[in-house]
Ligand binder design. Structure first.
Ligand code: SAH
Ligand code: F3S
Length: 453
């Protein structure tokens, strides 16, 4: 019987969390997780489809693994977002892949692995309206860091941004029950974790109702728990656990949530607020459901309610029909907000999406690249400026690990999610320390310890 499995991970935080679920399911069924590929009988590849480049990386990995397959008996499984799409790569499927399992079918993995041992090729990529893996506690062996952890609060997405494959690869949005979420936080807290990040494609549309946790149905508003209630419940119950969350769609973020963030010290003062574009015309084509002015109003409200809050973004450059004026609108919006940091991408035309079916990917690559570089350069300036603002302040930092550049230094983060490095004394990973900030680059703050608390 095959026993040992290894996971190759691509993609987002949600995939990291899902790997913990997969390890939990398989180890309960007598499979062993190994972190050395040479000891594995089964190689699971958790995939990402968000941009073409992510898929090409997976295909290249498969070609490499095929050479390994010729030297010994191994089974290869494709999991995650590419599961529903991988059959497009027919030639690869037949020769290399033994099974394909979509994000909602991981409970089936033990049976599927048994059936492939009988030489049966297996595919299960059906999406579910209910699966939240609620009764499975994610295994933490995958994550060596015993300080910070993810807690998924919802799966899937109903937003249908026209460029995005997630609604097709991960299905409808469904929220996990607050009871299960709190139990998960409690377990983490009791085993010494200091920080959790609540995960969802769109955390602000979290909604749980006793009647039915699919929010589109009629529900009793009084009994329903929305994201602001959930945040408050967790913040109150674990008052020295740091809480982060990701991601907030600007369309769904409420003033109520901002007030809860302000009210509780342990909720980090940091919001990732993907804008995608600063142009009204492009936002409409993207089906983002907010316009430039509404986004700016939200930013103004954040600044008013939580002045110390850091804000980051995702921007897509070179979306279908984007002209110079749209791009300038994006740069101007960035200049208005002066973001702390951001993630910027060139538009990638994804088969199956609305924009793929209805719009032309007509911005030349060279133009996309130039616009991307302009965004990167502007952000570098803004990040530098924002970080400079911390000089001579004292920041409360949670130590996450040893600095990669110098083993005599720790790295950690403040509430605003800025990366801070400082010289080690006798601290431990997981300690909170107060750091006086002395210097900065455009990505890091450098400081020294002033006291423990
Ligand atoms: N709900 C998640 C979305 C995950 S996708 C979130 O809001 O974070 C993460 C980011 O990838 C998106 O915000 C978007 O900026 C980018 N992205 C999504 N589809 C893309 C595409 N087709 N081309 C380029 N970037 C894309
Ligand atoms: Fe994608 Fe938009 Fe949802 S970016 S994950 S469809 S909020």
């Amino acid at each position: 019987m095959v026993k040992n499995f290894y996971i190759i991970n691509y993609g987002c935080q949600m995939n990291v969390y899902d790997n913990e679920i997969i390890i939990s399911i398989l180890t309960k069924n007598n499979y062993s997780y190994v972190n050395d590929i040479s000891k594995a009988d089964i190689i699971l590849i958790n995939t990402c489809s968000i941009r073409e480049k992510a898929e090409i990386t997976v295909i290249n990995k498969l070609i490499y693994l095929n050479s390994l397959k010729r030297t010994r008996k191994i089974y290869i499984g494709i999991l995650g977002c590419m599961a529903r799409r991988i059959q497009r790569f027919i030639k690869i499927k037949k020769s290399i892949i033994d099974f394909i399992v979509g994000p909602d079918n991981y409970r089936e993995l033990p049976n599927i692995i048994k059936s492939i041992e009988d030489n049966r090729y297996f595919v299960n990529v059906l999406l579910s309206n209910e699966e939240t893996y609620s009764n499975i506690f994610p295994s933490k062996i995958y994550n060596n860091n015993k300080v910070t952890s993810y807690v998924t609060i919802s799966r899937g997405c109903d937003n249908m941004c026209t460029f995005c494959v997630v609604p097709f690869t991960r299905g409808r949005e469904r929220s996990k029950s607050p009871k299960v979420i709190i139990k998960e936080c409690e377990k983490l807290y009791n085993s010494g974790y200091k920080e959790i990040t609540l995960l969802g494609q769109n955390v602000d549309s979290y909604l749980w109702t006793p009647e039915n946790y699919i929010k589109k149905y009629i529900y009793n508003k009084k009994k329903a728990i929305d994201f602001s209630c959930l945040l408050e419940m967790i913040a109150k119950k674990f008052n020295d656990l740091r809480i982060r969350f990701s991601t907030s769609n600007p369309h769904d973020m409420s003033i109520k949530v901002l007030k809860i963030i302000k009210k509780y010290n342990n909720i980090c003062k940091y919001i990732h607020l993907p804008v995608q574009s600063g142009s009204n015309r492009i936002l409409k084509l993207m089906n983002r459901k907010y316009n430039r002015l509404e986004y700016i109003n939200l930013i103004d409200n954040i600044r008013k309610i939580i002045p110390e809050c850091a804000i980051s973004y995702d921007i897509i450059t070179g979306f279908c029909t984007e002209i110079e004026k749209d791009h300038i609108d994006t740069l101007n919006l960035m200049k208005y907000v002066v973001y702390d940091f951001g993630y910027m991408f060139m538009y990638s035309h994804r088969e199956g999406t609305y924009s793929y079916r209805n719009l032309k990917d007509n911005v030349p690559l060279i133009v996309k690249k130039r616009r991307l570089n302009e965004i990167i350069n502007l952000q570098r300036e803004h990040s530098y400026k924002r970080l400079k603002g911390y000089i001579n302040t004292v920041q409360n930092v949670l130590i996450e690990g040893i600095s990669k550049k110098d083993k005599n230094y720790w790295y950690g983060r403040n509430s605003q999610n800025s990366l801070i490095v400082f010289k080690k004394n006798n601290e431990n990973i997981g300690d909170y320390v107060n750091i006086k900030i002395l210097k900065n680059t455009s990505a890091t703050l450098i400081g020294e310890i002033i006291k423990y608390y």
